[in-house]
Design a protein around this ligand. Structure first.
Ligand SMILES: [Mn+2]
Length: 197
């Protein structure tokens, strides 16, 4: 029997912080509140045995990339500590000095870097990142099966369908090797279904 994770007021504060930071942000191409994604990632992290730091990182994993870059990351470190901040930083694939106004790298370059970076990432980062990718892949499958969206879903990513699928297939392959288990298998299964649809 594994010991149950205890959540303290740090988690409560992280939830408030996440809802504040992401405010009225919605998921790309949908009316779904962004916070729904953050809750799903935190929930999956907890369901697969992650502790409080990992659950908090789940809530905040997109905060630096989407909402404030390096200044946001510094704030997260001050509020929630270095372990959480390290995971958030590692989950951001385009943190390249957003504050300094540097150009974001191109899509494919960013994704290749992110995959290469997962090859060397520690278990903390892999667990939060996998929960993130599983929720994203589930969301794609769900919308692909909605009659009012269907194949239009692929336009959401600004890349041809084949490139988006290449990215998810590459992710599934890395996770199966680096964090083998039920959740990595689930990601691979969703990707296989997406390819077959
Ligand atoms: Mn995310």
């Amino acid at each position: 029997m594994t010991q149950a994770t205890v959540l303290t007021d740090r988690f409560d504060r992280a939830l408030l912080y996440a809802t504040h930071v992401h405010g009225g942000q919605v998921r790309k191409g949908t009316g779904t509140l962004y916070v729904a994604h953050l809750l799903a990632v935190a929930a999956t992290v907890l369901e697969y045995g992650g502790g409080e730091d990992l659950a908090i990182a789940g809530l905040l994993h997109d905060s630096a990339e989407d909402q404030g870059g390096k200044a946001r990351l510094d704030d997260v470190r001050n509020r929630f500590g270095p372990r959480v901040a390290r995971i958030v930083e590692a989950c951001s694939d385009s943190l390249a000095d957003t504050a300094a106004g540097e150009r974001k790298a191109g899509w494919e370059e960013r994704k290749r870097k992110y995959i290469a970076h997962l090859e060397k990432a520690g278990e903390d980062v892999l667990r939060v990142s996998l929960a993130d990718k599983v929720h994203n892949a589930r969301a794609i499958l769900r919308d692909l099966r909605k009659s009012e969206i269907g194949a239009e879903i692929w336009k959401r990513f600004g890349q041809p369908k084949e490139r988006t699928l290449w990215y998810y297939e590459s992710l599934a392959e890395v996770f199966k090797r680096r964090l083998p288990g039920q959740l990595a298998e689930e990601l691979a299964e969703i990707v296989a279904v997406l390819k077959a649809e």
